[in-house]
Write a protein that binds this ligand. Structure first.
Ligand SMILES: [Zn+2]
Length: 150
């Protein structure tokens, strides 16, 4: 039932392809501009603040606060098999915002705007191309590698 994970990939990343490699190692990275120090997630090769192309990666904690969420009942094409499911938008502790699926550690009735969550990268790498998605879990949940056996 999880074959839809394969529909998400990192094709948009060019200068920041190392990001996918870090994810594969279970590290969630943001980018930090070497010139002005502005941080970004997802990582950007070119600074939004000063346009510098000189950046470095820094590791993010994955700590997040729930900004909003929605339950998807009428799923878009490709996602029908897993509906209903719940997605949330979180504010990450360091910077940035992300859209992620709720994982199994959080029950639907526990979901509350403003709650603290842990955003965990989940990697699906049986194919050459790295596929990734994020799940929202209870604080303290450690990164776990998704594999084809799941
Ligand atoms: Zn900058």
């Amino acid at each position: 039932m999880f074959k839809w994970f394969g529909k998400v990939n990192f094709a948009p990343f060019t200068k920041v392809t190392d990001f996918a490699q870090y994810l594969k190692d279970g590290r969630l990275m943001g980018s930090k501009c070497k010139k002005c120090g502005a941080t970004s997630f997802p990582p950007r090769a070119d600074c939004e603040a000063c346009m510098s192309g000189d950046f470095e990666f820094f590791e993010m904690s994955g700590k997040a606060t729930l900004h909003t969420y929605t339950k998807i009942v009428a799923a878009p094409t490709g996602f029908e098999e897993v509906a209903p499911y719940i997605v949330g938008v979180v504010d990450l502790e360091e910077c940035g915002r992300a859209l992620a699926w709720f994982g199994e550690t959080v029950k639907e009735e526990e979901i509350d705007i403003g709650m603290e969550l842990q955003m965990v990268p989940q990697i699906f790498d049986e194919l050459e191309e790295i596929k990734v998605y994020y799940s929202l879990e209870k604080p303290g949940t450690t990164w776990s590698k998704t594999n084809s056996a799941r």
